[in-house]
Design a binder for this molecule. Structure first.
Ligand code: AMP
Length: 282
């Protein structure tokens, strides 16, 4: 596996590979890898002749009061893990090269970014789409793999790619979980032991929502009421939001008549975790 640090070298590599007629699969990440990341890489391995993983903690998707500085980083550990999965290139650019002092362009997707995380993290998705656009320009992938754990991010990137006619296939992969159901996340490392225990309630509440949906409950308020009750039974959990949205538009629904996502965000101490359940009607 080769580590590439500069945009110029990455572009040259991708251009020559494309000219040789090979397909490039791409997994963008912020590092501190866990099984969730590795599952995307394995899918990328399957889908492309060559697999590029980017490791870039993107400052523009964090608000000033968020955890950009403290975000967990361990380049050596990540490098070894990517090597073991069979990644061809680990692209790890510096912030100063991605965002030189005169950088002034961003990409904003409108409707699908307004609800859910967009409410409590107003600049977040603009940072995400801007960096993903830049990474797509640099890496030139045919296919890019994202996790359904960050469902609003996946939908937003798919919208951007459609709107800007970018010609990259964007694939979503199921959420990988710990044995007790907690969605894997680099941020789980922040949790104190008591918070880690209480965090199980996120998945438990979504399992209850799934049960109700499978029994035929179609009233969103009734489902959300039960979801909130389970979350509130843990005193360490502070709910940011718990909502049921149309799985494509991410607008709230009152009745479940199409594919939906039951999405939630909650604080455990200072750590904000998200999780969701995608429920397909047919
Ligand atoms: P991150 O490094 O947190 O920005 O995540 C990089 C990619 O991994 C994103 O597409 C995430 O949605 C995906 N991802 C993060 N956690 C998981 C998980 N538990 N299961 C599957 N994919 C995940």
């Amino acid at each position: 596996m080769k580590v590439i640090k500069t945009i110029k070298e990455m572009k040259e590599w991708s251009s020559s590979v494309r000219q040789a007629g090979k397909t490039i699969a791409f997994v963008p990440t912020m590092g501190f890898f866990h099984e969730g990341h590795l599952s995307l890489m394995r899918e990328g391995r399957r889908r492309g002749d060559l697999l590029i993983v980017s490791l870039f903690v993107n400052p523009t998707q964090f608000s000033p009061n968020e955890d950009f500085k403290n975000y967990p980083r361990d380049f050596e550990r990540d490098r070894k893990m990517t090597e073991e999965v069979g990644v061809d290139i680990l692209f790890a650019p510096e912030v100063i090269e991605m965002y030189p002092p005169d950088h002034q362009t961003s990409v904003r997707v409108e409707k699908v970014t307004q609800n859910l995380c967009g409410k409590s993290r107003p600049i977040h998705f603009q940072g995400v789409t801007t960096v993903v656009m830049m990474l797509f320009e640099i890496v030139m992938p045919h296919v890019a793999i994202f996790g359904e754990k960050d469902y609003q991010q996946l939908v937003t990137v798919q919208q951007m790619v459609r709107d800007l006619h970018m010609g990259v296939e964007v694939v979503g992969m199921p959420t990988v979980r710990e044995a007790d159901g907690l969605a894997m996340s680099s941020r789980n490392t922040y949790l104190l032991p008591e918070e880690r225990k209480a965090a199980r309630s996120l998945h438990q509440s979504l399992q209850r929502a799934k049960e109700l949906l499978q029994k035929g409950e179609r009233n969103a308020d009734r489902i959300i009421h039960e979801v909130r009750e389970i979350l509130q039974s843990e005193s360490l959990v502070r709910i940011d939001y718990a909502q049921i949205c149309d799985a494509n538009t991410l607008q709230d629904v009152d009745r479940i008549e199409r594919d939906v996502v039951v999405a939630l965000a909650a604080f455990l101490g200072k750590t904000r975790l998200i999780d969701n359940l995608i429920y397909r009607i047919f």
